[in-house]
Design a protein around this ligand. Structure first.
Ligand SMILES: [Zn+2]
Length: 256
């Protein structure tokens, strides 16, 4: 049945809204709820189970959906490359244990990531209840609606690969609680297909030198760090002990 309301992105009135994914469909393989509960939800081929669990929400008109999907296609190539898939465009150079990735379509990848952050923030679904970008919400909406480009100082994004006991965990989708970078920069983070994205909530100001160096850069580069979830400051004591459980190991091994 058609759902008629106002599009949350372009603000068009009384339009048919799609059942929009908060996080793009290609990222739903293994879904883990964060923090206190540890509950894997496997998405099947068509995403059926995920839909039943309510990872969609009536947010966007078809025009906005189409626009976001163009950005997401580029993000998909990038994330798959980080997870080990070959690419004719992207390249990877080892840099003292970290990886320098080059030839990223910065403009589209950053827009896709910012749109995910924005959707997680406006979502009313319990899964994304930790996300709140408050005063930036309307600004980012407008930016995305106008299709304006973000530069390096606008909401810098740091990228890491998440490891548990030395092995990369691909396919993991997990919301993370709000944190901070240094003393005064609020940070939102999310794990998408095992890749940890840190969004620094600061726009147009000077950013720390290392953030400029490591973060997703308009020249199409990023330095991806390898991080154990434990060193990341996420309390994974429950997570770690659960990971040793047989059902969880089975779950991971299926997707390795
Ligand atoms: Zn719209």
């Amino acid at each position: 049945m058609a759902y008629i309301s106002n599009c949350k992105l372009c603000n068009d009135k009384n339009v048919e809204l799609r059942g929009s994914h908060i996080v793009p469909e290609f990222l739903y393989k293994n879904v883990y709820t964060s923090k206190h509960k540890f509950m894997p939800i496997e998405a099947n081929e068509t995403g059926g189970k995920v839909q039943q669990k309510g990872f969609r929400e009536n947010l966007l008109c078809q025009g906005c959906e189409t626009k976001l999907s163009l950005w997401e296609r580029e993000l998909s190539l990038f994330i798959r490359f980080l997870s080990g898939e070959k690419s004719k465009v992207l390249s990877l150079t080892d840099l003292k244990g970290n990886s320098l990735v080059s030839y990223i379509n910065y403009d589209l990848v950053k827009k896709a990531l910012m749109s995910i952050l924005w959707r997680m923030s406006i979502s009313t679904l319990p899964f994304f209840s930790d996300y709140n970008i408050e005063l930036y919400e309307e600004k980012i909406r407008n930016w995305l609606d106008e299709g304006l480009s973000f530069n390096a100082q606008d909401f810098p994004i740091l990228i890491s690969k998440g490891y548990i006991s030395g092995s990369f965990q691909a396919g993991l989708l997990m919301p993370l609680s709000q944190g901070s970078y240094g003393d005064d920069i609020t940070m939102e983070s999310v794990v998408l297909n095992g890749i940890i994205f840190d969004f620094l909530l600061t726009d147009g100001n000077e950013i720390p030198t290392e953030v400029e160096l490591f973060g997703l850069h308009p020249q199409g580069t990023v330095i991806v760090r390898n991080k154990e979830y434990s060193e990341y400051g996420i309390d994974l004591s429950l997570f770690s002990s659960r990971v040793k459980d047989k059902d969880v190991l089975d779950f991971f091994s299926k997707y390795d």
